[in-house]
Design a protein around this ligand. Structure first.
Ligand code: 5GP
Ligand code: 5GP
Ligand code: 5GP
Length: 208
């Protein structure tokens, strides 16, 4: 019935490797709180449709409101750091992610829950552990795309999508990891549809 209709089908939970955000053609700036840890950072939790399209900017009447997430600020600074220039405290990044993506899943998650849920997903996915356990380290070496995917599949239990970018000398490198999540934001699921984009068969995992 209408009241149970979802306005999206699943989430992409997207994490970025800071070394690859910084080691690309455009530069990066550390946040005002200082250089983030050498760990994956959250990019966003994005409502998506099964056909690959996605809604955006769904509710102009629900602007980002810092006062609703003041208890999460220190965790957001640590786990959802901004690397864009000029240096910021994160508010702009979180505002953009809430207004573009978060407002499209308000039927499931209000603002505080949206950010808290996303932070929980990062802990649950523990990407760096999954990769380290397979001997894959952010040491500037290259690893096969399939070994990276297998390591994450083994650690998280579900198939990731790897998005690459290129470093200043043109090498394909591990940029973002996409995992799919059910509409409640609680459970990882197999992706109903994967994003597009090319990686090399061997990709670099740069230091940070
Ligand atoms: P890019 O084109 O750089 O991959 O993505 C630009 C922005 O578009 C992303 O940061 C995100 O906000 C949005 N976007 C790109 N691909 C997807 C997608 O498959 N699903 C959703 N929900 N948003 C996306
Ligand atoms: P999306 O690509 O999610 O639509 O947009 C990302 C926006 O957030 C861009 O305007 C980008 O400049 C800004 N931004 C701020 N910090 C970061 C960051 O650390 N990573 C990425 N990918 N975008 C960031
Ligand atoms: P397969 O279906 O054999 O896994 O992959 C088919 C094609 O998609 C291959 O060219 C492979 O490199 C590419 N591919 C598979 N998984 C990923 C991924 O996670 N990210 C990207 N960018 N390409 C992938």
């Amino acid at each position: 019935c209408l009241s149970q209709q979802q306005d999206f089908d699943f989430f992409y939970f997207v994490q970025q490797w800071p070394g690859s955000f910084c080691d690309s053609q455009k530069s990066c700036c550390y946040p005002t709180s200082g250089k983030p840890a050498a760990d994956f950072g959250i990019h966003g939790l994005w409502p998506n449709y099964r056909d690959g399209t996605y809604p955006s900017n769904c509710d102009p009447s629900s602007p980002f409101d810092q006062s609703q997430i003041s208890d999460l600020t220190s965790s957001l600074q640590k786990n959802w750091p901004t690397l864009a220039c000029p240096s910021g405290d994160g508010i702009q990044f979180w505002t953009h992610e809430w207004e573009k993506h978060g407002t499209c899943s308000e039927s499931s998650l209000k603002q505080h829950d949206y950010f808290e849920t996303t932070l929980n997903l990062k802990q649950k996915s523990n990407l760096l552990d999954a990769l380290t356990s397979a001997g894959i380290q952010a040491d500037g070496n290259s690893y096969s795309l399939s070994s990276i995917k297998e390591a994450i599949q083994k650690g998280v239990g579900f198939t990731p999508f790897i998005q690459c970018n290129v470093d200043s000398s043109g090498n394909s490198q591990l940029y973002q990891v996409y995992l799919c999540v059910d509409t409640s934001g609680t459970n990882f699921i197999e992706c109903p549809v994967f994003p597009h984009g090319k990686c090399g068969s061997q990709i670099e995992f740069p230091t940070f």
